[in-house]
Structures are given as C-alpha cells and as structure tokens.
Design a protein around this ligand. Structure first.
Ligand code: C2E
Ligand code: MG
Ligand code: MG
Ligand code: MG
Length: 293
C-alpha cells in the first residue's frame, strides 16, 4: 500500500517514499535480529604513529552482516538505530566487545570507540563505561572515545560534565570528523578534548589538488597543538599524503594506506609486536598528552 498525501483534491502517490520506508523497516528488523542473536561484528583499523609508522591503537568500527556475504554500512543502520531507540543497546555491545578485545592486546595499545550523541542523552553513560572497563579488567588509558561536533550543540553543560567524568577515568576523548561540523571554535575550546581527528574529506581534497590544502592542514594541526591536543588525520590512502602530514607535524595517521578495518583475528601479530618493541625503546604512549587549558 502506497503512502498518500492529500493535496487539495488530489491524492499523490509517492512510490519512492514507500520504498524508503520499506528499506528502513527492513534495516530495523536486521538490527533487532543482530542484537537478539549476537549478530554484529566489530572491525579494527590501526591508528599509527606518524613518526614511527607503527600502530598506537585501533578504532573499533561496527559491521552488520547483510546475510549475503557483505555488510550494511554503519552510515546506513546507525541513524535508523538512533531513531528507533536501539543505539544504546548497540553502543553497550560495542563498548563491551572493544574493551574485551583490547585487554587481549599488549599495553599500551588503545581502542577507540565511536559514541552516538543519543548515548549522552541518558544519565547512565558513565556507569556503562565503568562497567565495560571493570569487566575487561583494563585501565581507562586503554580506551578512547570519539564524538562528533554536533554533540556540542545542545545541553552543553550536561555534556561537558559527562565528558569531564569520562576523562577522569583516564579515558582519552577525541573530536571525530573535525572540519565538517557546526560547532563554533569558541565552544570546542571549552571541552576537554585530547585529540582532534581531521575528517577524511581533507584527504579527498588533497587528492583533488585543492591548492591550499597544505596550508589548511598546517593551520588545523597547529590549532590542535595550541589547544593541547594530539592530531590524527583520517582517510590517509597514499604514501604522499602520509609524508606531507608527517612533515606538517600531524601526530597520528589512519587510513587504507596503513590498514583497512578488519576482524580482530586478522590483525597481524607483527602489528602488535612492532608496537610493543617500540614502546620498550622509549616511544611515548598516546596517553602522555597534557591538556593545559
Ligand atoms: P568514522 O568514525 O569517521 O570512521 C571512519 C570511517 O572511514 C570508517 O567508515 C572507515 O572504514 C573509513 N575509512 C578508514 N580509512 C579510510 C580511507 O583511507 N579511505 C576511505 N575512503 N575511508 C576510510 P565506516 O566503518 O563505514 O564507518 C562510518 C561511520 O559510522 C564512522 O565514521 C562512525 O561515525 C560510524 N560508526 C562506525 N562504528 C560505529 C559504532 O560502533 N558506533 C557508532 N555510534 N557509530 C559508528
Ligand atoms: Mg570515528
Ligand atoms: Mg571520522
Ligand atoms: Mg565519519
């Protein structure tokens, strides 16, 4: 049955909208099934030291198998899960799974988990995070959380307090997709971020030959450093991008050039061992960031 809109004496049928509603219901059903049957998977993508080229940690990225050997991307199912009241349960699973996994990998590798703004709308986010750490038996410095700028739009005082409480556990806080959002720099300055993640669209602009891209990147990196933050660039796909970012002083790099997101059992032992070797030879762990503001 097609949805209809009454416009004066006319009734307009919109098969496009009907298809979209159908697609959303299908995805919602798949999300509910995955929650009930432990059907989600968590992939891990290395975040590397720009200086050493070795892994410092991994970003956890959720995957929903489509039943045909592929995956429904999170950009499709996360917004639907948020709208249907399912993101909290998903977020709890991701926190549990990511902390359980990082406990199996050598110190001080960290795992970075994306949190939805919807998870901050509940008042039990802090105990959920504390439970995940306790269950995995790990200290807070093994965990990083990533939030996007739109989190800072509403309920700023509450969100600020939540972030301060999370940070007090030793957890590092990263601003994800920096440069695409809406929040003014004035607000950003007031929040306790440890890290800026420059959005991958800047690497796309680099590829497109955007003439000022180096100066733009240099400015963002300097700004992050002035605010006491480490800076990571996402979407690094080529050697050239990696070299330029290293020269500009970017601290950490993430992208297909260093490794695609992969299941935990596909993360090579060498990636984990190289890190342990470097850690022993005096490389500073990422948690050594001092925020001076
Ligand atoms: P994000 O947090 O900014 O994650 C980075 C995205 O860039 C990932 O897409 C990753 O696979 C992709 N990527 C990494 N390196 C490259 C590269 O070199 N080139 C290109 N073109 N892409 C690269 P993915 O896994 O599809 O995730 C998309 C978004 O979904 C994430 O963006 C994040 O916002 C959200 N997401 C993923 N997992 C979770 C989760 O567990 N919880 C929540 N709330 N959101 C999640
Ligand atoms: Mg992220
Ligand atoms: Mg990002
Ligand atoms: Mg993104």
């Amino acid at each position: 049955v097609h949805k209809s809109h009454k416009l004066g004496n006319y009734v307009l049928f919109d098969p496009g909208m009907d298809e979209e509603a159908h697609r959303r219901r299908t995805v919602e059903r798949m999300v509910r099934t995955a929650l009930a049957e432990d059907g989600f998977e968590l992939f891990y993508q290395p975040i590397v030291s720009a200086r050493q080229g070795t892994a410092l940690g991994f970003e956890a990225l959720i995957r929903l198998p489509d039943g045909a050997g592929g995956y429904i991307p999170p950009s499709v199912f996360i917004p639907i899960a948020e709208a249907r009241g399912l993101i909290k349960e998903i977020g709890n699973w991701v926190l549990r799974e990511a902390t359980r996994q990082i406990a199996l990998w050598p110190e001080p590798l960290f795992v970075s988990v994306n949190l939805s703004a919807v998870q901050f709308a509940e008042d039990d986010l802090l105990p959920i995070i504390e439970d995940a750490l306790a269950n995995a038996g790990i200290a807070g410095h093994r965990l990083e959380i990533e939030v996007v700028e739109s989190l800072l739009l509403d309920r700023r005082d509450t969100v600020l307090r939540q972030l301060q409480d999370i940070k007090a556990l030793g957890i590092s806080i990263a601003m994800d997709d920096f440069g695409t959002g809406y929040s003014s720099l004035g607000y950003l300055w007031r929040f306790p971020f440890d890290k800026l993640k420059i959005d991958q669209s800047f690497m796309a602009a680099f590829n497109d030959g955007e003439p000022n891209i180096e100066r733009i990147l240099e400015t963002i990196i300097a700004m992050g450093h002035h605010m006491g933050m480490k800076v990571t660039t996402e979407g690094v796909e080529t050697r050239e991008q990696s070299d330029v970012l290293s020269r500009l002083g970017c601290d950490q790099l993430q992208g297909y050039y260093f490794g695609k997101p992969m299941p935990a059992d596909r993360v090579a032992d060498t990636m984990l061992r190289n890190f342990a070797a470097n850690a022993q030879s005096g490389m500073e762990p990422q948690s050594a960031v001092a925020v001076a503001i």
